[in-house]
Design a protein around this ligand. Sequence first.
Ligand SMILES: O=c1ccn([C@@H]2O[C@H](COP(=O)(O)O)[C@@H](O)[C@H]2O)c(=O)[nH]1
Length: 299
Amino acid sequence: MPQGHLSTRLRERTTRVISAPPSFASRFASISARRSPFCMGCDPSPETLESWGLEAGPAGLAQFVDIVLEAAEGAVGIVKPQVAFFEAFGPAGIAELARLITGMQASGILVIADAKRGDIGSSMEAYARAWIGEGGFGADAVTANAYLGAGTLAPLLSRAASCGAGVFTVVRSSNPEGAALQDARQGDVAVADALAGALTEQNAALAAGEPVGPAGAVIGATLGAAASGTVARLPASLFLVPGIGAQGAGFGDLEGIFGEALPRVIPTSSRAVLAAGPRIADLKAALADHVGAAMALRG
Ligand SMILES: O=c1ccn([C@@H]2O[C@H](COP(=O)(O)O)[C@@H](O)[C@H]2O)c(=O)[nH]1
């Protein structure tokens, strides 16, 4: 191989290594220490819009976005818009979702797009471009479903690793209907545990020497200590943990499920926070309560 070609390749490789963006795990660790690991759910359901005195249509949605942007600024480090509630308003809803994502990021807030994507590998590549990295919505992390097989997550995970994003795959969901499927046997382990093992393998391949990789897991706060065996199979994952508040779980349930993994937990709650709106001061007060409760878990 000609010398010039070799040095060009070396330079390209070095540039890639030097310019690798910080991982989602390191960005979470930083925001968690500076603000809190708590994640504010942004679910503009018709019920929430109406209870805030807003029209359950695109104009009301735009006002909702204005309010949550102002309430979140300086009060919380992570938000999770539930994409379904934006999609429900069609193109106008998608535009508001994009506005929420860029507005939150402009305030230094990490955005987890709760889109729960899952498909065959070629379509997952398109979902990866849609949600993380440049060119699409550019969220900091996205949620995924693995019902088409753990291997279909690969395009999403490799893009996440290269652009410093995270992927949270549903492993054990917070809803009561989830257990029948997630506890079904795959060989001699539960489907959820087999998926946890596959995510851990992906983290070993993609974490680039960091202790926590891009393959995170969704584990419901409602599940109790029965979920801790699954947690143990995910030693290099962050955990996105819904179910606090309206679904009946509390911050006090998290230690029994996560134990020593608590520093990797991102507790999230939507309705319990949004019920305080629409006044900004009331929302900030509800956020302060949740942020404080999540900080107390860090010890
Ligand atoms: O297992 C899961 C996975 C995702 N979710 C989502 O989290 C929020 C929970 O909202 P609350 O109002 O705090 O109950 C919502 O967007 C769900 O789609 C979940 O609840 N459970």
